[in-house]
Write a protein that binds this ligand. Structure first.
Ligand SMILES: [Zn+2]
Length: 458
């Protein structure tokens, strides 16, 4: 499964049609949410009066089919204009609600990891991103590769060529599952969710292990000695963003307490700011994609550190820079791209002291301030860039683990001989009750404290 996203050039008429359908999605979402809430409140009130469970107002299902059934029963009253819109529009809204409700209830019962998911909220015309997803009907990329055809909306012009997707469709190695039209920062996009048949290739250096230390000073330091600059797009675009923010703050903003509606100039200023932010995000995304594509095409095994990005974002001094570097995104992209290219991504446990360890002799420093940019070893006299030292440690970690369970001779990123077994086994922490399904086998990296973990992600 893969997404292909293209920018659209809609005519004013087409834009109206999309907005109408996106509005219909919102209406269905809000109606169903109000319905679900009303039933919940009713049951709660009945319980407080001491009504027995059997006599309560029947609960309604939160699944998409249940919500759709309820909507289809009510749509003639709620939205007499329903026939003017695509049924996929209502489906989009109800699907969003069904997922929201599921996330909320899973989160409450502990079945969902991560931050607490709140109860779904009503969608506002002013706040929500207009979108509509088509899963059935005619979804097609036209032979000229400059147009797409979607149900109800018809032929839409693309702003860019869809050749990459079209080639796959023509070769029969891809199948479109759905198409979503969405407005992001004032620009319309269509995103195809595509099932792709992929020939897993081989990286150009299949036996080579590269350690990648991601950070803020350098976006990435490779154990081969290469340093990838952090472009810091947010800081670079900072002046423009600050100016636009200032501009917006001088316009008449909406104020609920005063019943103040926003001025047109405020709306325009907000749109300009959104475009500037989108540009920063696009530049960042492009740089990350290029870096991860290069790494996964070249190296057989990529080792990164499992950074606690969410935790780091809580640090107010670091947060903006961490988010700007897109560290979590980098790791995610490496995960699927190494798999596409026939390589492996190995994650070192987040408590592995990659920065504090000497890559020459293996001694671990007790303390290393963030401001120390150069690693100086008092034991063997090694002097090396801090991030490069960490990258070398990460690469060496894999060599150590795989030495013990080797079957193949290979060469690592530093040119040293070692043995690598590609694919398969996972080295995880041996701790009762923490092993997750699918992760088996336990090998502790030799010569390290026992709580350092390596996990194969292939
Ligand atoms: Zn040393």
């Amino acid at each position: 499964m893969q997404a292909y996203r293209f920018a659209l050039d809609l005519t004013p008429g087409q834009e109206r049609a999309v907005l109408m359908n996106a509005g219909a999605a919102r209406v269905a979402h809000n109606w169903a949410l109000a319905y679900v809430k009303a039933v919940m409140d009713q049951r709660l009130a009945e319980r407080s009066y001491g009504v027995v469970a059997a006599d309560l107002t029947p609960a309604i299902g939160w699944s998409l089919p249940a919500l759709r059934k309820a909507w289809n029963g009510a749509k003639a009253d709620v939205a007499p204009w329903w026939a003017e819109c695509s049924k996929e529009a209502f489906n989009t809204g109800l699907d969003a609600l069904a997922r929201g409700l599921k996330n909320w209830s899973d989160s409450r019962s502990g079945r969902r990891a991560g931050r607490r998911a709140g109860f779904p909220r009503f969608k506002s015309r002013h706040r929500s991103t207009p979108n509509i997803r088509f899963t059935t009907g005619v979804i097609r990329v036209e032979p000229d590769r400059k147009h797409v055809t979607l149900p109800r909306l018809g032929r839409l012009k693309l702003h860019e060529s869809a050749r990459k997707l079209a080639r796959r469709l023509e070769a029969g190695t891809a199948r479109i599952l759905s198409a979503t039209v969405r407005k992001v920062a004032g620009r319309w996009h269509v995103a195809f969710c595509v099932e792709v048949e992929r020939l897993i290739g081989l990286p150009s250096l299949p036996g080579v292990v590269v350690g990648v230390d991601v950070g803020v000073t350098h976006l990435a330091a490779l154990s081969t000695g290469e340093l990838v600059r952090n472009p810091r797009h947010l800081s670079a675009g900072g002046r423009r963003l600050r100016r636009l923010n200032r501009q917006m703050s001088r316009r008449v903003r909406p104020d609920r307490r005063l019943g103040q509606r926003p001025s047109k100039r405020w709306r325009r200023a907000r749109a300009r700011l959104a475009r500037a932010h989108a540009r920063v995000a696009n530049l960042r995304g492009d740089g990350l994609h290029q870096l991860t594509a290069q790494l996964s095409r070249k190296y057989g095994t990529v080792v990164v550190e499992d950074l606690n990005v969410v935790g780091m974002l809580r640090n107010r001094r670091l947060a903006r820079h961490i988010a700007d570097a897109g560290l979590a995104q980098l790791r995610r992209q490496l995960g699927y791209k190494t798999a596409w290219n026939g390589g492996h991504l190995v994650m070192a446990d987040r408590w592995y002291p990659s920065s504090k360890t000497c890559s020459g002799c293996g001694i671990v420093k007790a303390k290393l301030a963030l401001s120390e940019r150069t690693y100086t070893c008092s034991a063997c006299g090694l002097v090396l860039d801090r991030d490069l030292n960490a990258a070398r440690n990460l690469a060496a970690l894999v060599c150590e683990v795989t030495d013990a369970r080797s079957s193949q001779e290979s060469l690592n990123g530093r040119g040293a001989d070692h043995k690598t077994r590609l694919g398969g086994l996972v080295a995880v922490k041996r701790q009762p009750g923490t092993a997750s399904a699918g992760e088996t086998g336990t090998v502790l990296p030799q010569g390290r404290a026992p709580d350092h973990v390596l996990v194969w992600r292939s």
